[in-house]
Design a protein around this ligand. Sequence first.
Ligand code: EAX
Length: 322
Amino acid sequence: MKHWILGGVAAFALAGGAQAQQQLVVGHATPPTSHYGVGADAFIATLTELSNGAFTGVQAPAGQLGGERDMIEGLQIGSIDLVITSTGPLGNFVPEVLALDLPFLFRDYAHARSVLDGEIGQEMLAAIDKNNLVGLAWSENGFRHVTNSQRPVTKPADLDGLKLRTMENAVHMAAFQGMGASPTPMAFPEVFGALQQGVVDGQENPITVITASKFWEVQGYVSLTGHVYSPAVVLASPALYDGLTDEQKGWFRQAAAASAAATRAEVDRLEAEGVALMRQNGMEVITEIDRAPFQALAAEAAWPVYTDRFGSAMIDRILAVQ
Ligand code: EAX
């Protein structure tokens, strides 16, 4: 009798009387103090607080779990819990999302955030959910700019012949092909080394990523082309998320919203301070760019990659958002 009671008490404690703690891992491709790192920390802190410690977490930064495409695949097979990623490779899994990576589609940050925080953003998260992923919230990477080691880029002809690393994204590759560069798709963890070795001459990324990655060590020029607004998204593995209670799912969504807010605030900070930081570290920053010729070539080459498959209704809806 005594052993049974003892066993019963122990079993009760293990069954949840004493809150079992689960440690999660949040993967992303940029340094731990980057805009994604700040977002990962905010996610973890918020979830830990809301769950009263039932869930804790650590970030796996800087591509420790692989490139963004690898991490998305890890979510699908359940080997990775949570990822903060750009939409770059996501279009290979959720083609509807390619609309968000079209060059020169979003007017500015306010426009992009209005779209993603509204019904279009919700529709895109629902499309993500249909592809063995869970889209928790839209976060942010930022407007992308061209860096290279060869020359200042002020007009499309300056891109001629440049070997330019792009994300593994059909829209981006078509855009740079159209603008005259030679696009090379590559996972982000390989980019710094490829630039250092001269495998590619340049790449394109937001100020957040250029500064966090210290690309000034291997790139002498940055041209503020702002050719693509690069969304980011907080994703969960269905293997993790589907096993949660409704209350716990609410905690994860609140934590994802806090993550996105922290990342956006860091993007705003670096948009204000990043040009000076890049110049202080030796980059020639070309700020005065006539974007019209870039826009004409990029849109003509890249938009059909999306519209041939989905038409232009979504584009028209995005353009109509104030
Ligand atoms: O999401 O691959 C890229 O250029 C991305 O901007 C980077 O991984 C951050």
